[in-house]
Design a protein around this ligand. Structure first.
Ligand code: AMP
Length: 542
């Protein structure tokens, strides 16, 4: 055995922070505030503010490994916490502002957060769980309005930073030290903490920058629509700082008009968000195709739940916009698989190509994939065998913070995703369901995702979510919740006819319910548990 003679240069975020300052000092981070006005800060000034934050935190007694929580929308101050906190050796913990006060109280107490950085507009939310988190000793308020007094326990972020100097002797950190803590949305059981390391985060950011993945580069203008409290904004933030890409932060304005205005005005080349965001955006573009100039857009990454083929194709065919479909989880930092069309598949029919691009794709470099049956047997990549997707790699969690959820990690070193998939001969993964959303009808599995994708291709359907309803004979049968497009209606019989040619008869939903909007989870995905609660007995009541 002979060791290589290369430097043991730790993979830490401090390198990204310095690099952005040194080479892209003039590139901007643009943030939209609550009142819709824009603020701009250069990476050179950003570095200085991260340094000031590091000094201020040290003054407050924050030391290596302490958790510093954020409760904030996407803006440059939040990004200062993303870099300033880990680079001084502490851990930034992003709290999801869409969770209930009870859940937030549980999570912040579990993490033993010591400091909280919070948007002024979210102070009332914090008030509701403050008493549950005695570990929080300092509350710092972003964007505090000088005309309104802060509560006596809080300090203004700007006042905190003001006296500090603009450089910091950032410590030499080990690359395996933790940098960020992020809890999963926790639709079953308590939320679980995923503790990213500097090394995993740096490798993930580099992975995201590969052309085969998201291809983020210094020439890009990146709009993370995905919130910074959802899986580190999919690492788009770190990838942008690493490459010096311009960042555009949408603040709290996530409606289609506000987002499209921002994309056009700032020349956004890359944007990322969950399908529900893009469904609204495509609908607005269809209604008013000339209103927004998206000429700069290179690609839009859609993930977090399955992007319907009709959505991907609608952007391409009607607006010339390319979608990149990717799959990931908080536990996988989150990039796991990306649906890139391999060159050898370019001469397939358009319909087939769309099938590949609308699949979850195949594992990115440094991630490995397999799927297993319930007894743990590794299944063949034949496009038919259905099993649970498992992944491993340097940016995949090996345990949860605090040790919960041990059953999600296999003895031979893989992470069990809970997603039920098939994998085809080319390695493309197709998610048929989250295991808890699978419809089990008379012992057969019916894919709710496949039915939803098909329904959302109907011209009168804006959103569709298929869920399991109780059935006296078959135990469960699929029921579809439908949101009709403005000014359009569709009958149940028309929907059934539309699906008939695409699926076996027993797959067709037993009932269709009309809803104004499919309920969303805290990260903007369709919340099927709520539909099940509300309509789970429609078939037994009939
Ligand atoms: P979270 O950790 O909250 O981001 O949730 C991760 C889960 O979201 C995965 O296990 C999948 O069930 C789902 N998911 C993420 N991306 C996709 C995708 N592209 N297609 C289908 N489901 C997805």
């Amino acid at each position: 055995m002979i060791d290589g003679l290369m430097m043991d240069f730790p993979l830490t975020l401090t390198h990204f922070l310095r690099r952005a300052r040194d080479f892209f000092g003039h590139h901007e981070i643009v943030s939209r505030k609550g009142d819709k006005s824009l603020t701009r800060i250069s990476y050179a000034d950003f570095y200085k503010r991260c340094a000031k934050l590091a000094h201020a935190l040290r003054r407050l007694g924050v030391t290596r490994g302490d958790r510093v929580a954020t409760l904030a929308w996407n803006h440059s101050g939040h990004l200062e916490a993303y870099l300033g906190v880990p680079c001084m050796g502490a851990v930034v913990h992003t709290l999801n502002l869409r969770l209930s006060p009870d859940e937030l109280g549980y999570i912040a107490a579990h993490a033993e957060d010591k400091v909280l950085l919070v948007d002024a507009s979210l102070l009332p939310l914090f008030e509701k769980f403050r008493e549950k988190v005695p570990s929080i000793r300092h509350v710092i308020v972003f964007d505090a309005d000088s005309s309104k007094p802060l509560p006596d326990y809080a300090t203004s972020y700007e006042a905190l930073l003001a006296p500090e100097v603009e450089d910091y002797d950032f410590p030499h950190l080990g690359e395996n030290e933790s940098c960020m803590l992020c809890y999963t949305s926790g639709t079953t059981g308590n939320p679980k903490g995923v503790l990213y390391s500097h090394r995993s985060t740096v490798l993930h950011a580099l992975g995201a920058c590969m052309r085969d993945n998201l291809g983020i580069a210094c020439t890009d203008t990146v709009l993370p629509v995905v919130p910074m409290f959802h899986a580190a904004a999919w690492g788009l933030t770190f990838a942008s700082v690493a490459t010096g890409a311009k960042l555009v932060m949408p603040g709290p304005h996530l409606d289609p008009t506000s987002l499209l205005e921002l994309m056009a005005a700032e020349g956004v080349t890359f944007a990322g968000g969950v399908p529900t965001i893009w469904i609204g955006i495509l609908d607005l573009l269809d209604k008013d195709p000339k209103r927004f100039d998206l000429g700069a857009m290179r690609t839009m990454v859609i993930g977090g739940s399955a992007a319907p083929p009709a959505l991907i194709e609608g952007f391409r065919a009607r607006h010339g916009l390319e979608v990149t479909h990717a799959w990931g989880m908080t536990e996988t930092s989150p990039l796991g698989t990306v649906a890139r069309l391999k060159p050898e598949l370019q001469d397939r029919s358009d319909a087939e190509k769309l099938t590949f691009r609308a699949s979850q794709g195949f594992a990115t470099v440094l991630v490995e994939q397999r799927h297993t049956s319930e007894d743990g047997t590794v299944l063949p990549w034949d496009g038919k065998s259905m099993g649970e997707l498992e992944v491993r790699g340097p940016w995949v969690a090996r345990a949860y913070y605090g040790g919960e959820g041990k059953d999600r990690f296999t003895k031979d070193g893989w992470f069990r995703t809970g997603d039920v998939v098939t994998i085809d001969v080319e390695g493309y993964v197709n998610i048929t369901d989250r295991s808890k959303d699978v419809v089990k009808s008379g012992g057969e599995w019916i894919s709710s995702v496949a039915l939803e994708n098909a329904l959302m291709a109907h011209p009168a359907v804006l959103e569709a979510a298929v869920f399991a309803a109780a059935h006296p004979k078959w135990s469960e049968r699929p029921v579809a919740a439908i949101v009709e497009r403005e000014g359009k209606t569709v009958t149940d019989a028309e929907l059934a006819t539309f699906l008939e040619s695409k699926f076996p008869k027993y797959w067709l939903p037993d009932a269709y319910v009309r809803v104004a909007q499919v309920p969303r989870t805290s990260t903007g995905k369709f919340m099927k548990s709520k539909l099940r609660d509300q309509y789970g007995d429609v078939l037994t009541k009939k």
